[in-house]
Design a protein around this ligand. Structure first.
Ligand code: URA
Ligand code: SF4
Length: 185
């Protein structure tokens, strides 16, 4: 059973899938692993790949702004992705890439013991909540798996493309805020 630092070092050197050929940096995660709250996106974009930090591009900026409204910054949650290296051209990560990489996330979860996992977008929700997850219908709903409360929000990149989805996301964020208060104090 690796420690957090051992796991991170192993991940930063990983060559288990072809995404290692085109990445600039492995994006392991950012924030507070002791917070009890874990956000999961699908995979790094261009800025994330260049900086080695998740959600630092335009979508990340929107996410930071929205979370600040419910009083959250990166001291209050941890954030990572299903795949730790950028899929070229921001395409969806392939199933084979997700399968190669998911072990790192599973170890992160095992070490963090989060009370709450928030999937950002359909790809993460399908991988972590259920494979037939319908983001338009099921965003904001709560699911329990292995004692962890799980939910999904629209991906912030989807909110940039379609700002009409923002009001629903604010309702979901209020529900998240209440759940954090209930479970994490
Ligand atoms: N989109 C994601 O899913 N993850 C990131 O880290 C950045 C953008
Ligand atoms: Fe390894 Fe994951 Fe990067 Fe593939 S995406 S090389 S499995 S860290």
């Amino acid at each position: 059973m690796p420690s957090w630092e051992t796991l991170k070092a192993e991940c930063l050197a990983c060559r288990k899938c072809p995404l290692c050929e085109t990445r600039h940096n492995v994006v392991f995660g950012d924030g507070n692993p002791d917070s009890g709250v874990l956000f999961i996106g699908e995979g790094p974009g261009e800025q994330e790949d260049l900086q080695g930090i998740p959600f630092v591009g335009r979508a990340g900026k929107l996410l930071d702004d929205m979370l600040s409204i419910i009083g959250l910054d990166r001291t209050g949650y941890y954030i990572a992705n299903i795949v730790k290296c950028r899929p070229p051209g921001n395409r969806d990560p392939l199933n084979t890439e997700q399968e190669a990489c998911i072990g790192y996330l599973r170890e992160q979860v095992r070490l963090m013991k989060p009370k709450i996992i928030v999937c950002l977008g359909r790809i993460a929700a399908m991988k972590l909540i259920k494979d037939n997850f319908k983001i338009t219908k099921e965003h904001g709903q709560w699911f329990e798996k292995s004692g962890i409360q799980m939910t999904a929000l629209y991906h912030p990149a989807a909110l940039l493309r379609d700002p009409n989805k923002k009001p629903e996301t604010f309702v979901d964020l209020k529900s998240l805020q209440a759940k954090i208060k209930e479970l994490c104090g």
